[in-house]
Write a new protein. Sequence first.
Length: 135
Amino acid sequence: GLTPPLKPDSLMNGARELLAKEVKVAGETFRARYYFLKGGFYQVSMTMDPLVRESDEILAMYPKVQAQLLKALGPASSGEVPLKDHGSGLLGRTRWDDAAGNNMAWVTVGPASRRGKALLTFGYRPEGAVPFKPM
């Protein structure tokens, strides 16, 4: 079930992680981190443990997670970055925006500090959530 995190995290805009839960997505266990801002739910972000994985593992997992989000949310917004090695490591992004152009869901891959490693995160921000703006 949902539990308070052992070491709460904060986002750059001040949203604080208050709840966490292990969830299965695309056959992999992710840690769902629930963030709250100004007294309301702000977003849920999913990460793996360990966060950094082999690039081959991420290459296999990204399309599975992306497919589940496409099925749930419909077509992605423009600006997709196809998953590939862009020279400094794996990089890819699919995002869904609301009618006002605010990012409401994403699946992102970024390079890790060691060559051949990468990390995958995805998440959702409910309609009506304050657009992300760092403080």
